[in-house]
Design a protein around this ligand. Sequence first.
Ligand code: OTU
Length: 655
Amino acid sequence: MTDATTDTTIDRYKPPALRALPSAERAPFYARLRALRPDIERPLRLLYGGRGDFAMWLRSLIDVAAQAYAARSADLRRLDLERMAVPDWFQDPSMIGYVCYVDRFAGTLDEVRDKIDYLEELGVRYLHLMPLLAPRAGQNDGGYAVADYRQVAPALGDMDDLARLADGLRARGISLCVDLVCNHTAREHEWAQRALAGQKDYQDYYHMFADRSGPDAYERTVREVFPDFAPGNFTYQPEIDRWVWTTFHDYQWDLNYSKPAVFSENLSILLFLANRGVDVVRLDAVAFLWKRLGTDCENQPEAHGILQALRALSRLAAPGLLLKAEAIVPPPQLLPYLGQGPATNKECELAYHNLLMVMLWSSLAERKVALMTQALGKVARIPSRTAWVTYVRCHDDIGWAVTEEDAGDAGLNGHAHRGFLSDFYAGQFPGSFARGEVFQFNPRTGDRRISGACASLCGLETALEHGDHAAIALAIRRILLLYGVIFAFGGTPLIYMGDEVGLTNAYDYRQDPNLSADNRWLHRPYMNWQQVEERHDSDTAAGQLFAGLRHLAMVRGQMPALHAEAERHPVWSHNESVFALIRDSQRGRVLILANFSELSQTVPRYRLDELGFAGRLRNRLRDEVGAYGDNDGDNDGDNDGDAVLDGYEIMWLES
Ligand code: OTU
């Protein structure tokens, strides 16, 4: 005999929220509940199972999911069915992403709708709009300090505008991604305000300490993310005589996920966004979700439990929704965010490939690919129904995530190499083509990260300034080389707004007192629509870049072998400047060769043979069939079967 209070099973539970639905609409929910029950219960029991009222609380979560499901529009429910029928929809090679700030790109959410033609022209199928929920007034870390998760920033529009935009994008085959800043709220959020007013239940939403002993103990082992403008990890609140955990800025309060209420609140916000038509939620700073004394308080097993539970519950209500992990951590700590062990394919579907991004810039500075080949070669394969999000630049800085071990394997000294990269991209290394700035110099560790727009880091800013045509051409080739790698690597490549027309560093943030301390605004420009007008003029940098990216998108879309599921193997090309990557699956084999030097480079014919790319190969990017690897002895006189790459050329070769 079981009753409502002791029965811990949820698979027979009939949430009241579903009563109003026709039975044909209830059935899929119940089917999913039975199927997902273990995935919902397993992580939550580990996290919160010790509570006496666990079973009741679990049911309350099913109620949250049921309410969201009942409120989900017919269109979105149809989309859910489509996606369940084609679960690799997001892994298709036609998925090309674009990232922008609503205001800096178009103005308002409504005005983004007017730009859909433009995005479509570029080949975009996935649009990540940077934080757009109501932030605190004044400084807000680019929107990552949210005061209200259920309101859009008034300057950008409202929730109806967001839903309308999502509809408009969907009608054109473009998925919408928005941020959920789930690790922290703004100090101005209602929960924090209640905590400051002394309400104990809301103080429990955060990590609060009566004196310095707790903070001091934790600070022995946690790192400082913003050592320069936000040193330390705790902030004193005189109103309540408490220290509050603030990993990032002092106005960003870390949430305390050991409290079930915090989990429930975030679940309902997640589903609220899903029902506005959001397809992908970027979960910000997920590495930091759980704190454990004596550790770096990152990547704790419980953080994974939270994500797995969010994922299983969102599958129940909105199965078309994807989760994207923003964890800028080394690969061994990163891979679990895509699910492992019993959670394989059951955590986040997408995760940012920070190491790839760092390696692109490292190889470009060094003109050598040993480190990149070594380091990427060690990254384990990812679950079949997950994908990397690949990128060249994003709104954040570049941190030189080069381990001593990887550096050593490539014959480098890690400390020296990281220093070299900072010097190079700050434009301080002799002969550097780059123009960037140092972000968050940490005198304690010597660490220096880098800010700067892709085009400026690739040399376009300096070249344009000098009117140096040869240098302009090289800079354009560098940009297209980096994008050529991320488009072929597998997963969803992101075009960062402005890169497609070569926007360079934007220095005007220095005049804005809310932004001036944070030079990441250097690479968060306003769109230059005049420059966009030049996109069909092949005499301009904008024209060449736009055409180049469009071409990459188009060719990629026609290559099933580049499906996200295809494995990737970095291999030695036998040329220290040419990065070689093989994509391999039942869908086909592709050899990617990327020349990171400005000089012409050769990959010898015997090496192409060894890699299994003998015979006449087709370079899909030039749509030409070459004698690469031609070992039929016809000695056609041009290159004897070697692959000869121009400076900064990239080839996508298929047999
Ligand atoms: C994220 O980044 C955002 O991308 C940043 O723009 C925010 O400032 C920050 O969160 C706070 O919301 O520290 O330097 O290891 O590196 O989550 C960027 C993960 C950050 C962190 C990452 C974070």
